[in-house]
Design a protein around this ligand. Structure first.
Ligand SMILES: Cc1cc2nc3c(=O)[nH]c(=O)nc-3n(C[C@H](O)[C@H](O)[C@H](O)COP(=O)(O)OP(=O)(O)OC[C@H]3O[C@@H](n4cnc5c(N)ncnc54)[C@H](O)[C@@H]3O)c2cc1C
Length: 390
């Protein structure tokens, strides 16, 4: 049976970021995923995209991953426009105000995974295993990971980067706190009559936020339309043309009429927060540790920062000859990243509470709050810096 220092279950954005960030270390790494890491992209853009912030773009550049990104599948956005459909609240952010040439990029998830996979596959310290995992047997000094193809691997530290329903988290017995956001996100790509001009837009409606994320083509946006489950079910049942009419209305026709470029997919949204992220021999990163509402586009960004923080600690431990598998050595990672995730979960809860529904007092607070943020430079800068991950 092969032995490696670190076994990462999950070759999504977060697991691959972690492996890429371990490239300079002498640690041996295995990535285990039930799917092939890279998938050739079709001609048309797919609708699963992420808004990746400047902090993570800088990290991807320093990991030499950025150069592998298929450039026509990522688009820099230079401004954001957020408004409340039900009040006078309206706010604009632009990259010039931040002295930057972009606020972030909208990238197809698979394009980012492909770029990361290309980096990782060229690393001498990484092996890739295409298999699901069936069992984890944890001993005092190592974990044995049983694959569903009857193979097995042993590792000192097993990392769960295996997404929201993490098998590693369940095997480790880490308890989670979860809450149904009572929203379903409808995701699709649309063509708009007017060009998006590289502006990311979000309208808050009484039944949930609608994001219009600018893709590389000037008239194509990816939408994330979070709605109460009833409203989402109605939208899902509509014909394409009725859906587009509803979408045009919800967006206040800001980009004119709309037409579907892809099918619609629906994602029920749940907040999950693992109450423990590490113990002897096991740690969690990304969606395995936390899932949040996509209204601020921060889930993958948070997860990538988990991966970078954990990699930094593991390299330091390894360089000083300390045990990478001891819980007490992993505590600094667990403490700092749990705090960041908790802050983001609380912020998303606050936004959702404030923007849900049509209570007149909330409408007033939303209008005044957005207008004030738009006018007061210092608050606005702090807000955008946070969104850019700076
Ligand atoms: C509608 C929507 C919009 C979003 N928009 C944004 C955005 O704009 N910006 C942003 O930052 N975030 C966004 N997010 C969040 C983001 O998509 C996730 O946080 C991110 O993709 C999580 O990455 P991950 O690598 O942790 O997990 P995943 O992407 O779930 O990857 C897990 C990997 O583990 C593998 N795996 C799972 N189980 C096993 C097993 N038993 N054995 C082997 N392999 C296994 C899977 O095959 C997969 O490759 C959005 C989410 C949603 C739902």
């Amino acid at each position: 049976m092969q032995h490696v220092d670190i076994g990462i279950v999950g070759g999504g954005i977060v697991g691959l970021t972690l492996a890429a960030a371990l490239k300079e270390s002498s640690l041996s790494v295995a990535i285990i995923d039930k799917h092939p890491l890279s998938t050739a992209l079709g001609e048309k853009p797919t609708a699963r995209v992420s808004a990746i912030n400047q902090a993570n773009i800088a990290a991807l550049q320093s990991l030499d991953t950025w150069q592998h990104l298929q450039k026509d599948r990522a688009n820099a956005y230079v401004a954001m426009h957020v408004w409340d459909k039900d009040s006078f609240g309206d706010i604009h952010f632009s990259c010039e105000e931040m002295g930057s040439d972009a606020l972030g990029v909208i990238v197809e998830n698979q394009a980012l995974i492909n770029a990361l996979a290309q980096s990782v596959e060229s690393q001498a310290n990484v092996q890739v295993f295409e298999s699901g995992i069936e069992r984890v047997l944890s001993g005092p000094n190592q974990n044995m990971v049983m694959f569903d193809n009857n193979d097995a691997l042993s590792c000192r530290l097993l990392i769960g980067a295996d997404g929201a329903n993490s098998f590693v988290r369940q095997q480790a017995g880490f308890p989670i706190t979860f809450k149904d956001y009572e929203h379903t996100a409808i995701v699709a790509n649309i063509k708009t009559a007017l060009p998006h001009e590289n502006v990311a837009r979000q309208a808050f409606t009484p039944t949930g936020p609608l994001a219009l994320l600018p893709m590389a083509e000037p008239n194509v946006c990816s939408i994330v339309w979070s709605q109460t489950p009833d409203a989402a079910a109605k939208l899902a049942a509509m014909s394409d043309s009725d859906f587009c009419n509803a979408l045009t209305a919800a967006s206040g026709s800001i980009l004119g009429t709309t037409a579907l470029e892809t099918q619609r997919s629906a994602f029920p949204l749940t907040m999950r927060y693992a109450r423990e992220w590490a113990k002897d021999g096991i740690a969690l990163v990304g969606d395995a540790a936390h899932t949040i509402h996509p209204l601020a586009g921060q889930g993958a960004n948070l997860g990538m920062q988990d991966a970078l923080a954990l990699a930094e600690l593991l390299v330091q431990l390894s360089n000083e000859g300390s045990d990478i598998g001891l819980h007490k050595n992993l505590r600094p990672y667990e403490r700092s990243r749990k705090t960041e995730a908790m802050k983001m979960i609380a912020a998303m809860d606050g936004f959702k509470l404030l923007f849900d529904g049509d209570d007149p007092l909330k409408k007033l607070i939303r209008g005044v709050g957005l207008a004030a943020t738009d006018k007061v430079g210092a608050i606005k800068q702090a807000f955008v810096s946070h969104a850019m991950g700076l």
